[in-house]
Design a binder for this molecule. Structure first.
Ligand code: FES
Ligand code: FES
Length: 165
């Protein structure tokens, strides 16, 4: 018996059939849809490597059953760039050396995009660290990550205010 599931993933509507109702969103993305940009670190909600946006909110996809998301809008790292143009958060991570091995980076970037959209990034590094505390980096690239989030937040805020003026 299969379970029908419709998701919009990075702007594309996907009609799926789940053969196991226990499959997590992370495993669905990586193993069935081959969207391997989202990483599996701990598989138990402790590292944030699997962060994606569901209906605009940051979630740990390893803790979320795909079957509970019928009709949801999912955004993953594969969908954030516009063609060859990187998302401002991606560009800021490169500029500020916000990574070393890169394993945590997709989750960090999705978390940062969610944080900036929530309007909660602010300008205080301590606040960014607190709001990104669910995303661990074993390489300890936290200084660059925080700088990148602050820079991208300032740039996105600036371009949005220009667009609305
Ligand atoms: Fe999901 Fe670590 S893999 S929180
Ligand atoms: Fe290696 Fe964060 S860059 S774990």
């Amino acid at each position: 018996m299969t379970l029908p599931l419709t998701l919009t993933i990075n702007g594309h509507r996907r009609a799926l059939e789940l053969d196991d109702p226990r499959v997590t969103l992370l495993d669905l993305l990586r193993e069935r849809l081959h969207l391997t940009g989202t990483k599996k670190g701990c598989d138990r909600g402790q590292c944030g490597a699997c962060t994606v946006l569901v209906d605009g909110r940051r979630i740990n996809s390893c803790l979320t059953l795909a079957a509970s998301l019928d009709g949801a809008n999912i955004e993953t790292i594969e969908g954030v760039a516009e063609g060859p143009e990187l998302h401002p958060v991606q560009a800021a991570f490169i500029e500020h050396d916000g990574f070393q091995c890169g394993y945590c980076t997709p989750g960090q970037i999705m978390s940062a995009i969610g944080l900036i959209r929530e309007g909660q990034a602010g300008t205080d590094p301590e606040r960014v660290r607190e709001n990104m505390s669910g995303n661990l980096c074993r390489c300890g690239a936290y200084i660059g990550i925080t700088e990148a989030v602050l820079d991208a937040s300032a740039r996105i805020g600036h371009s949005e205010s220009e667009a609305s003026s």
